[in-house]
Write a protein that binds this ligand. Sequence first.
Ligand SMILES: [Zn+2]
Length: 278
Amino acid sequence: MELIDSHTHLYCDDFLTEEQPKHPKKGVILPPPLPTPRGGEEAVERALQAGVCHMMFPANALDEIGPMKRLVALFPGKVSMAMGLHPTELTDNPEAALDIIEREIEENPGLYHAVGEIGIDLYWEPEKRERQMRAFDRQCRIALRHNLPIIIHCRDGLDETLEVLRGLPSIPQGVFHSFGGTVEDVARIRETGDFHFGINGILTFKNSTLGSVLPSIGIDRILLETDSPYLAPVPFRRRRNQSAYLPAIAQGVATALSLPIEEVASRTTANTRRLFNL
Ligand SMILES: [Zn+2]
């Protein structure tokens, strides 16, 4: 069984120190976490051992390019990367950063498999609506020019996200990552374009209703993701998330769609390879 983690941040600084308990007992002062210089590499190796044959790294900010490239070089054919500026990483003048992103993509043909993660986040930064829409629009156009799919981060901003997409000369291929919406949201997104939906540990949470939404998406448009280090699936809820936990999410999708887990693995792996040209 081979799985692909379509969205994981194993290159991020969190993996450069030992895992800390999420909720230490009250009054207990923990020693500072020990450095683990091979942390990201170890996390990739653990995932490969757990049956995750490929991992896709989305970018949030420019300072992540170096650590991402390092892991891509260390694990050729196993790790791929995207390039983009996250909606909560926009400075007062994001145009300069977006210029760098566009140049990076131009100067490294074949290195970047998508533009992302990009989109709208009005949960954390409702006051930056216009700025986020402008940056999302520009990055979608970069994706179209370079014939790349987009990885969409959308939190409390579906209206704005769809408005930007509809204003483009054509709708790029892509994925709504960390999807946690309703059947109605799925329908609205589908009216706008032929999108995939990234399903992660949210599906396994105790009060989640996402399982009942998956049939309206269908296995042909589902990508599996962990979004490590966030959103660890049940039964790893209190842990730092890692790509090695992806089988728990595949099992959740198998249960929700009444499919054998082997079929969930082969179909979602094919979907991810097709979308990102892996
Ligand atoms: Zn992410």
